[in-house]
Ligand binder design. Structure first.
Ligand SMILES: [Zn+2]
Ligand SMILES: [Zn+2]
Length: 293
């Protein structure tokens, strides 16, 4: 029993310490997600201000500060809270003979570094695309995903407005994906993580970007805006454009839909006015029966 309590406490304290050391620049710069996130945010926000797509949208759009709060909560506060729990689960699974290496079907350790990174990126993106579809299709999951779809005006920080339960729901398939790849992250996985943050920020930004022919591979702000459309078109009852970093999966599985538009569609979902407006209200929403409907 003691080892579980130790893991819980050490996991928690270790993450507190790591976050603090990031804030005071006491970690290698390429692993500093605290300042990295701030830097990417300022960069994308600056581009939104310089090249706005919806020109009438304010620089401090609706719920700007709510989303900034979400950004720090989901990235750092929740990570601190949950880290100990994940450490306990790791030990528990180990006790049952399941380790991160149990499922390894390929040994990517001997592949060139850039191939490792690419495969890591593509596999992780695919399992997240699939999880995202489940968030839309499984009614109990949608109750949590509603928070992300409550955005009424789109800007970079909306990327990180999501219910903390999403962190939990994305975890199993991400872990499974990692296990299949040998149970470890490539040495330079931070490149993939930073790229994913930047792409996600751009996807939610008020900038009309499609990356030209690369739009069939990379998700982009135009494609993702329609993911947030209030009115769903015929034939896309559960939504469309589920891509996270890559748009590829939506084109392969025909879940893509981008009507020609000026970006001025209504965002949200039918009934979004009933969702609590503030952080704590939203954080406890989605659990009870009476929330549903
Ligand atoms: Zn969604
Ligand atoms: Zn989104």
């Amino acid at each position: 029993m003691m080892k579980y309590i130790d893991a819980l406490v050490n996991g928690f304290l270790g993450m507190v310490q790591w976050t603090w050391r990031s804030i005071i620049f006491d970690v290698p710069w390429y692993t500093n997600y605290f300042w990295g996130l701030i830097l990417i945010s300022l960069l994308v926000w600056g581009l939104e201000i310089l090249f706005p797509w919806r020109k009438e949208q304010s620089i401090f759009r609706k719920d700007f500060w709510l989303d900034i709060f979400y950004m720090f909560f989901n990235f750092f506060v929740f990570a601190i809270i949950i880290n100990g729990v994940y450490k306990v689960l790791t030990i528990l699974f180990n006790d049952f003979g399941i380790t991160s290496k149990s499922l390894a079907i390929v040994d990517i350790a001997n592949w060139p570094q850039w191939v490792q990174l690419l495969v890591f990126f593509v596999v992780l993106d695919f399992v997240q695309w699939f999880t995202h579809i489940l968030l839309h299709r499984v009614p109990a999951f949608w109750e949590f995903h509603k928070v992300h779809h409550s955005v009424k005006e789109m800007g970079f920080a909306a990327h990180m407005r999501f219910h903390w339960m999403e962190n939990v729901l994305y975890k199993p398939l991400k872990t499974l994906g990692l296990m299949v790849l040998g149970g470890f992250e490539p040495e330079q996985a931070y490149i993939v993580h930073f790229a994913a943050i930047a792409i996600g920020h751009f996807n939610h930004s008020n900038i009309k970007l499609t990356y030209g022919p690369l739009k069939y591979i990379l998700n982009n702000p135009v494609m993702h805006l329609y993911h947030h459309a209030y009115n769903l078109p015929e034939g896309h009852r559960y939504g469309m454009n589920f891509g996270i970093s890559l748009s590829l999966w939506d084109y392969i599985f025909r879940t893509n839909y981008i009507p020609e538009s000026d970006g001025k569609i209504e965002l949200g979902f039918p009934g979004d006015e009933k969702l609590p407006k503030r952080f704590w209200g939203q954080s406890v929403s989605g659990f009870r029966k009476k929330d549903k409907g």
